[in-house]
Design a protein around this ligand. Structure first.
Ligand code: SF4
Length: 517
């Protein structure tokens, strides 16, 4: 993805792409609303929600260079996209209401929630409740003042397709969901059915399509450890088993996909090291300062230096709107990639070993996703840099040749050290204190891995640590959950920086060189 925040930018982009498919007509204008009491209202421009939604509505890929300036591209296309803070019922801090009008005057209204790390749920379409997560093929049909044809439709819909209907007054919604693409013949028959007014065909937007799961040989973290002991398997292998069972994809294809992810991360890292520039940024390029300090003899060479350098380079790429992997989020994109590259180079690990380390990190992320998830607006930075630190610790143990238990204990220790971490970005930019938190998370991952391999006792098992993250977040005030209303974000210096940046959005940052820091 490009953009500063996965929950703001990647999820918004995905929501907008599906809203566009629901409209199913060329877009003329859109109104995007955020609830005034939600977490998005104060920072939707600065944290890249507008960038994501604009890009999605304009049909751009999220890695497209034009994502850096979607406002300009929208003007070129003659499409009006307005943003407004309103008041409407929500049950999640990250809720947006999108109303789209096509050139044909067709209108569609979507309510959607971003749940962290780029995941989302569309909860309503034209006032009808839905549950769209972007991981299935879907067809939504609307009919007004037409006979109910559900029985007729059932007779032409394949049995594996989930089919539901709902009626409100004189409008009927028919909904189809499937793990496989719908046949052209079925779509044509639905389109030409006189009892149907509108048809929207939705393609999956998540990287893995749901519904192809096979039976997992372990479920809980304890059963995973039992399985690891019985099979004498390390965590990297178990991560691969987990992904295979969840996706239905073969081992080699999964390894290839992981290698693609690693290539993107390494490209982002190299881009950062080569130097990035973006005007609307708090921090200048700093990743080069570590090597410079080594050359000048100010600091001695160490693997920690490489971790700091790598994490900084990834964060700088993110802040320059270059392509990054949200791992598990864009705000915490430096921790796993930066530490695993530094340690793998230090150990001269093979690509195969690095690939396995990413699967080890991935399964920790998967268990974390089943717990609190990755939304800083709900849980603070403990689910961004905290989760990333646990993932990185497991990956580092894997690189060092440790056991599955050592990897999970390292993840436990790393996350224990980050519980309660607040989210308080200065001037709503994901830079300060995000850079320092990513570096701390990566170094914390390294020390936790070393402690675990050396035989230190993690004491609290990983599953209980993850549960604690959820329970602690309930006691954290909303002002330190990515709202810009607490912590470092309201220091005198932070407010001065925010004031200087006023009027700039990340979209405008590229176009002007006038602002001085
Ligand atoms: S403080 Fe942490 S959670 Fe908040 S924006 Fe920065 S990296 Fe993300």
């Amino acid at each position: 993805m490009r953009g500063p925040s996965s929950s703001h930018t990647a999820a918004s982009w995905r929501i907008a792409r599906i809203a566009l498919e629901l409209l199913n007509h060329p877009l003329e204008k859109a109104l995007i609303e955020f609830d005034r009491d939600g977490a998005w209202a104060p920072n939707y421009r600065e944290q890249g929600t507008t960038m994501g939604i604009n890009g999605g509505l304009l049909g751009l890929e999220i890695t497209d260079e034009r994502m850096k300036d979607t406002e300009h591209y929208a003007r070129q296309q003659g499409i009006t996209i307005e943003y407004q803070v309103s008041s409407f019922p929500t049950n999640h801090a990250n809720t947006a209401r999108l109303t789209l009008w096509g050139k044909s005057k067709k209108r569609v209204q979507v309510i959607a929630v971003s749940v962290g790390g780029g995941s989302f749920e569309i909860t309503s379409v034209n006032g009808f409740p839905v549950q769209l997560h972007g991981d299935l093929y879907g067809i939504i049909l609307f009919a007004q003042n037409k006979p109910d044809v559900r029985e007729e439709l059932k007779s032409i819909i394949p049995s594996e397709v989930k089919f539901t209907t709902e009626q409100k007054e004189n409008i009927i919604k028919y909904e189809l969901k499937s793990s496989n693409p719908f046949s052209t013949d079925l779509i044509t028959r639905l389109k030409t059915n006189p009892a149907i007014d509108e048809i929207s065909v939705i393609k999956p937007i998540m990287p893995i399509t749901a519904g192809k799961q096979t039976k997992m040989p372990f479920t809980s973290i304890q059963s995973l450890l039992d399985y690891a002991e019985k099979e004498e398997s390390d965590l990297g292998n178990l991560g691969l088993v987990y992904e295979r069972c969840m996706s239905g994809i073969g081992v080699q294809e999964l390894k290839d996909k992981m290698n693609e992810v690693i290539d993107i991360i390494h490209n982002s890292l190299d881009t950062g090291l080569n130097g990035t520039h973006y005007t609307d940024r708090i921090l200048p390029q700093q990743s080069h300062l570590i090597g410079q300090a080594e050359e000048e003899g100010k600091i001695v060479h160490s693997v920690i230096n490489r971790i700091i350098e790598n994490v900084s380079a990834l964060m700088e790429s993110k802040s320059a709107m270059e392509v990054v992997v949200a791992l598990p989020t864009a705000g915490s994109c430096g921790t796993v990639g930066g530490s695993l590259r530094a340690i793998s180079e230090n150990l001269s690990s093979s690509r195969e070993e690095l690939n396995k380390a990413y699967f080890a990190a991935g399964i920790v992320g998967a268990y974390f996703a089943q717990g609190p998830g990755f939304s800083a607006e709900e849980h603070g930075c403990q689910v961004e840099c905290g989760a990333a630190s646990g993932m990185a610790a497991a990956g580092i143990v894997q690189l060092m040749g440790g056991t599955a238990k050592q990897a999970l204990d390292a993840a436990s220790m790393a996350i224990q050290n980050m519980i309660g971490l607040v989210c308080d970005p200065v001037a709503d930019r994901v830079e300060v204190p995000c850079l320092g938190k990513n570096i701390s998370a990566a170094v914390n991952a390294y020390s936790s891995a070393i402690m675990s391999i050396a035989g230190f006792d993690a004491v609290i098992p990983l599953d209980q640590v993850i549960q604690t993250v959820s329970s602690v977040s309930k006691t954290m005030p909303a002002c330190v959950k990515c709202t810009g209303k607490g912590g470092l974000a309201i220091t005198e210096t932070a407010l001065n920086i925010k004031n200087k940046l006023k009027g700039y959005s990340i979209q405008k940052g590229l176009k002007t060189n006038k602002r001085t820091k």
